[in-house]
Write a protein that binds this ligand. Structure first.
Ligand code: CA
Length: 269
């Protein structure tokens, strides 16, 4: 942020001249015009240019979701899902009252039930506190009346130190396919992507994210060092609406994370 000081040149010069014995008339007639002219040519125009440049640069970068970086703080990343750069078949919607921010995104293109990597969007996360984070999103089924359809989207953390899913008892851990790690979950998984779904016939928005068909495993990602990491999503089911998401480490209760309104500060890449 630039804070520009205003330099009262004419007042100062007048004061100096008065002290040195010039009359106000002399000062005005002889000296002031030069000083004011110099001021106009140099300082004022420079200030104006600098201010303009900085402001344009900042505004341009910060108005482009492609450059957004979501900053983890106190073990929590909380972000509006619509705060990313989306391809044309992702539609911003505002039906209902259960969303926050500008609305939620719904995939209205073809279904990609076996093929991740289509209709991708990315979120850059700045992690200050390394560790294991649970991932969860707030999503809804916006087509039909069956909670097992139109209820999932692909998710991947390709540059994190680990990405896995685990049952609530902690007795089963699975990894996405094509990462060299096993076992893999039942159901769709490919190229490091998990199919992340919500279940149940309460179709409106709720916080739930699991993978592994008929055996819901919670989703986790591990960041061993502070730094910037990439979270990717890609389209799977049409009609799956996603409002926001959270990642929280072991210092944060899930109940805290999903009721928080403390959205992550956004900086610009
Ligand atoms: Ca939202």
């Amino acid at each position: 942020m630039n804070i520009k000081s205003i330099y009262p040149v004419s007042s100062l010069v007048l004061l100096i001249l008065l002290i040195s014995g010039c009359t106000a008339d002399e000062a005005a007639d002889v000296v002031l015009p030069d000083v004011i002219e110099n001021t106009d040519d140099s300082e004022s125009s420079d200030d104006s240019e600098n201010t303009e440049d900085d402001s344009v640069t900042d505004n341009t970068m910060c108005s482009e979701p492609l450059n957004f970086v979501f900053n983890e703080s106190n073990g929590l990343v909380l972000a509006e899902f619509e705060d990313a750069e989306f391809t044309a078949d992702w539609i911003l919607k505002t039906d209902g009252t259960k969303y926050s921010g500008e609305g939620y995104m719904v995939w209205e293109g073809n279904q990609n039930l076996s093929n991740p990597g289509i209709g991708t969007a990315t979120f850059k996360l700045q992690i200050e506190n390394p560790g294991t984070y649970q991932f969860i999103w707030h999503s809804a089924v916006t087509i039909g009346d069956n909670g097992t359809d139109h209820n999932d989207t692909w998710l991947r953390f390709n540059d994190a130190d680990d990405f896995y899913a685990q049952n609530t008892q902690g007795t089963s851990t699975v990894y996405p396919k094509d990462t060299g790690k096993t076992p893999n979950p039942e159901g769709a998984t490919k190229d490091g992507w998990f199919k992340v779904y919500r279940s149940g016939n309460d179709l409106d928005f709720k916080w739930q994210s699991t993978t592994y068909d008929n055996n819901g495993h919670n989703v986790f990602v591990v960041f061993n060092n502070p730094g910037t990491y990439l979270m990717e999503i890609s389209a799977r089911s049409s009609g799956h609406g996603i409002d926001k998401f959270a990642l929280f480490n072991s210092s944060v209760e899930k109940s805290e994370a999903i009721t928080s309104t403390n959205f992550s500060a956004i900086s610009c890449d």
